[in-house]
Every structure is written in structure tokens, then in C-alpha cells.
Design a protein around this ligand. Structure first.
Ligand SMILES: Nc1ncnc2c1ncn2[C@@H]1O[C@H](COP(=O)(O)OP(=O)(O)OP(=O)(O)O)[C@@H](O)[C@H]1O
Length: 264
């Protein structure tokens, strides 16, 4: 593991990348779920599920407990084989291209699975080495800066980290892996309002630079804050979709009413 690399605040500002949206083809579908059915032991869990997430889009799959959100994520990650239908990521059928799909995907579980007895830098270096990726200290510093992880924490054991800091580290790792697709499981649960705002801002910046983001959540307000599109999942079925207006947010009351009626 490498030694601590101190850099000045002037350097910090110069390393932060500029956001450019000019190159993004937003019509390109990156996640395509078509007529997906999934059953376990004759119990139907997902029913004829259809949705797509385009490049640069933030899609929130919203639903109550047991609606099928985690099952959908597991299917996208190839841990569940569809009973019927198709699940494509970056143009490839997940079950037929597991390594390709997992290489393109950053999955953030509800609790980031990083090692508490290692520092953020050591965690990042370790997980990159597992993927056979080598990054310089400067590149790792730049990723920490991009996610706004406070500099005095970079070389501290992660057992001292808050949940928000752990998530930032996990996203820094995804950025270093150059994963263009993010699957987020209840990403803001357990975060305080400031950390939620920071996280949402980071997610928006990732989308602006072309990342495709699918988050699952039961938080109506949180989904409306950040998503370009919301799919309402109820008992394994998609029962409604809501699009954000141009440069605006999805209406919380409308989604809340639909959730109260159909969301569980
Ligand atoms: N291995 C399994 N065996 C049997 N039933 C399962 C299995 N996995 C999931 N289920 C059932 O599938 C349904 C959907 O579960 P899932 O975990 O996808 O829901 P969820 O929307 O993620 O819920 P939560 O918000 O509570 O995490 C639930 O009724 C659950 O009990």
C-alpha cells in the first residue's frame, strides 16, 4: 500500500474534472428489461416487467417492502436467471455475458462492502488490484476529490467513516474502475439530509458525464429529488412511470398518491 500523498488546496481545485454533456447520446438504451418474469418455487416474484434506462439517465425503481426491487437488481447482476424474458445491459444479455456486464457495472449495496480495517486508499487499491487495474496516487486523489471525500480521511481506517463517507469511497472506486453503469440499492437510507444532498448532487454529476444510474428505493421524496424517471413497482409489476419535466423534478405528490394506492 502506498504512503499518504498530501496535496494542496490549489492542486485540489485544478484536478476536479469539468462536466461536459455534449458527447452524450441520451437515446441509447443501456439497461433494457423486456417481458421479464421471475419465479422461485412456483412463487411469481416479477411479472412481465418492462423498462429501459438510457445513457445519462437516473431511473428510480420505487416500491414498498417485498415489491421486487432487490430481485430486479439481482437479475441485472446475473444472480437470478429470468424465468422468462430478457435483461440486457450495455447491449448484452446478462446471463450470456456475466463478466462483461459485471465489468461495466458498479453495484452499491445498502451497506457498502469495504474493509473497515483498511483506509479508503487501501480499499480502493485492493479492489482495483482484484480487477487487475493499476491507478496512480494522483488518479486516486482525483477520484476522492471528485466525490468530495474530505482529504484528512483518505488515509484513515474506514471504521471511523460515516455511511455517507463509505458511499463516497465506493463511488470513487467505481469512477476509478471507469464503470459506466451504477446500480444503487437504497442509496440514501440512513444518511442525514446534508449527506443526502451531497449524494444526490454526486449522482447528478455522474449522470451528466454519461453514467447510467438505476437506483431502487422505497423513498418517494428521495426518488423525486434525483430521478429523471421513476418506475413504480407493486407486487412484482410495473404499475406506473413518471418522467421529470425538462429541467424540473418529478412531482412528489403525484408519485406519493400513486404509491399509496399501488406501491406495496
Ligand atoms: N429466495 C427467495 N425465496 C422465496 N421468496 C423470495 C426469495 N427472494 C425474494 N423473495 C420474495 O420475493 C418478493 C420480493 O422480494 P424483494 O427482496 O425483491 O423485495 P424488495 O422490493 O427488495 O423489498 P424490500 O424493500 O423489503 O427489500 C418478496 O415477497 C420476497 O419474500
Amino acid at each position: 500500500m502506498t504512503a499518504v500523498n498530501k496535496i494542496t488546496s490549489i492542486e485540489l481545485q485544478t484536478v476536479k474534472p469539468q462536466v461536459s454533456t455534449t458527447q452524450i447520446d441520451k437515446a441509447q438504451s443501456i439497461i433494457e428489461v423486456s417481458s421479464l418474469n421471475f419465479s422461485i418455487k412456483n412463487k411469481v416474484i416479477l411479472k412481465d416487467l418492462n423498462f429501459t434506462v438510457n445513457k445519462g439517465e437516473i431511473y428510480a425503481l420505487l416500491g414498498g417492502n417485498g415489491a421486487g426491487k432487490s430481485t430486479t437488481l439481482k437479475t441485472l447482476l446475473g444472480f437470478n436467471k429470468p424465468t422468462d424474458g430478457s435483461v440486457k445491459v450495455a447491449g448484452k444479455e446478462v446471463t450470456q455475458a456475466l463478466d462483461f456486464v459485471r465489468g461495466k457495472t458498479a453495484y452499491l449495496p445498502e451497506s457498502a462492502t469495504l474493509y473497515p480495517h483498511l483506509t479508503a486508499r487501501e480499499n480502493v487499491e485492493y479492489f482495483l488490484s482484484l480487477a487487475d487495474i493499476k491507478k496512480t496516487d494522483e488518479q486516486i486523489n482525483a477520484a476522492f476529490i471528485r466525490v468530495d471525500l474530505q482529504q484528512d480521511a483518505w488515509d484513515r481506517h474506514m471504521q471511523t467513516y460515516s455511511k455517507g463517507m463509505r458511499q463516497k469511497t465506493a463511488i470513487a472506486l467505481a469512477i476509478l474502475r471507469e464503470a459506466p453503469i451504477f446500480l444503487l440499492d437504497e442509496p440514501t437510507s440512513g444518511l442525514d439530509p446534508v449527506a443526502i444532498d451531497e449524494f444526490n448532487q454526486l449522482v447528478r454529476e455522474l449522470a451528466l458525464t454519461g453514467a447510467t444510474i438505476l437506483m431502487v428505493t422505497h423513498d418517494v421524496y428521495g426518488a423525486c429529488q434525483v430521478a429523471n424517471r421513476i418506475g413504480l413497482l407493486s407486487a412484482g409489476e410495473l404499475v406506473g412511470e413518471f418522467d421529470a419535466p425538462q429541467n424540473g423534478r418529478i412531482d412528489t405528490e403525484q408519485v406519493h398518491a400513486a404509491f399509496a394506492q399501488r406501491g406495496a
